[in-house]
Design a protein around this ligand. Structure first.
Ligand SMILES: Nc1ncnc2c1ncn2[C@@H]1O[C@H](COP(=O)(O)OP(=O)(O)O)[C@@H](O)[C@H]1O
Ligand SMILES: [Mg+2]
Length: 430
């Protein structure tokens, strides 16, 4: 009918009529398609619930963890790899425990759409890349690459949000359940902070220090945690910095992790020595997780490294001070610095306001030696007070580090007699 009307107008020119008809049909088709699409989207909006989770948001980790546990993942045929860095740990932190350095590689549903069932209902799980160039991420194995942000879309046929809300709650619960009683370690592995590992929180009692030492530290931290309103009232920035110093192997790192477990905090460790720039460092410091102790180990290294690597990518001293200022400008931050060489530190770094309390860790006192001996052997049948006395007498005061002592005990597991007869003569390790 349209064709005939056009032909009438155009005086019967067939070619012109055909061409114009095409244009008109094309236009009408497009308009109709637009309407149909709008109608479809309205229908989807009315009948389906859709939730979009971007990898820029923390909840992406919860849903990613949830999907690894879902039955569907075990039989999915279109999968991609997901490398879990859970076992890559800085040895500096766990001196006696050699952890596996190989990361775990999981198979997870690949980019695209997957249909899976959840509580008897169908869920469309769609994974895709977000628009844009991506973010530069540092690989734990070295180097960096541009990685696009990902997004997961969950859709379910329902007008009620309860199912999706239950799914998200379950994802959050299962993500955090694995961390119950654990201390989670975050480190700047790729873009921003990443969860590196979690391990059973170290019981506070297993770190043996001079009497009253641990209580003093714990009370100080607890006092700080409970006095936010006091700080606000006084107009003092609500943050606290600690410096732990002393010879290696005396429990500085151990006490920080044990403390974190005790106050239910995570630990975010930042190392200053591997190609960290001022800009990256400052960005990291401004995005530290909540309820996280910030730990900078061997803070003196920056001074030594600065001499060795002039001109290379390094955090400058002013960058370090600014970043510490940055951390400390955020509410409720707890910062721990450790060093084996307090004499190498610039006074500007440890002035009050940056470091509020300094704790000195010494080589083992006789009392510490006795308590460590007791902790190690009291449950084994061969333990006697007499053996403990003999062992303590053989070790001079403040000559051996608790780490060396622990190493010795590990050579004589359940054998206090052997440990005593072969007691180390002493000597400091480094
Ligand atoms: N005071 C201590 N009590 C119990 N164990 C200790 C103590 N000091 C060190 N250790 C043991 O020695 C090892 C190294 O300790 P670490 O905390 O890393 O020392 P630091 O950080 O002072 O160099 C750890 O495995 C820890 O269990
Ligand atoms: Mg240490």
């Amino acid at each position: 009918m349209i064709g005939e009307t056009l032909r009438g107008w155009l005086g019967g020119d067939q070619f012109l009529t055909a061409g114009l008809s095409l244009v008109v049909f094309g236009y009408l088709f497009n308009v109709a398609r637009g309407y149909l699409l709008t109608l479809w989207y309205r229908l989807v909006q009315e009948l389906f619930i859709t939730v979009t989770i971007s990898s820029a948001d923390e909840s992406f980790n919860y849903i990613s963890h949830w999907i690894t546990l879902h039955e569907y993942t075990k039989r999915a045929r279109s999968v991609q790899t997901h490398t879990k860095y859970d076992t890559v740990v800085d040895e500096m932190l766990y001196t006696t425990q050699k952890l596996q350095l190989k990361p775990e590689v999981l198979l997870v549903p690949a980019t695209g759409t997957h249909v899976l069932s959840y509580r008897g209902k169908w869920i469309w799980f769609h994974r895709s890349k977000e628009e844009g160039d991506g973010t530069r991420r540092y690989r734990p194995s070295g180097g960096a690459s541009l990685i696009k942000n990902e997004k997961i879309t969950l859709t379910c046929f329902s007008r009620d949000r309860t199912l999706i809300e239950a799914l998200i709650k379950e994802a959050v619960d299962s993500y955090f359940k694995k961390d119950e009683g654990q201390t989670v370690l975050f480190a700047p592995l790729s873009c921003g902070w990443q969860r590196v590992t979690s391990r059973m929180s170290r019981p506070f009692s297993t770190v043996v220090l001079d009497k009253g030492f641990k209580t003093e530290l714990l009370n100080d931290v607890r006092e700080f945690m409970s006095s936010s309103s006091w700080y606000r009232k006084q107009g003092i920035p609500y943050r606290r910095g600690y410096l732990l110093h002393g010879p290696p192997g005396c429990g500085k790192t151990s006490i920080i992790f044990a403390l974190a477990g005790k106050i239910h905090y995570n630990v975010s460790v930042v190392s200053l020595s591997n190609g960290m720039t001022d800009a990256k460092f400052s960005e990291l410091m401004n995005t530290v997780k909540t309820r996280s102790i910030i730990l900078m180990e061997d803070i003196d290294a920056i001074f030594v490294q600065r001499e060795k690597t002039k001109g290379k990518d390094m955090v400058s001293f002013s960058g370090l001070l600014n970043a510490i200022g940055g951390i400390l400008s955020q509410e409720g931050r707890i910062l721990f610095l450790t060093t084996n060489h307090i004499d190498r530190l610039d006074p500007a770094l440890i002035r009050p306001g940056r470091v509020d309390r300094t704790f000195m860790f010494d080589l083992a006192s006789r009392d510490q030696v006795r308590r460590m001996f007791f902790n190690m052997y009291n449950t084994c049948g061969a333990y006697t007070e007499d053996l403990a006395d003999r062992f303590v007498r053989s070790i001079p005061d403040r000559i051996i580090s608790p780490a060396t002592l622990q190493g010795h005990f590990l050579c004589y597991k359940d054998d206090p007699v052997g440990a005593t007869e072969n007691a180390p003569s002493g000597g400091q390790d480094e």
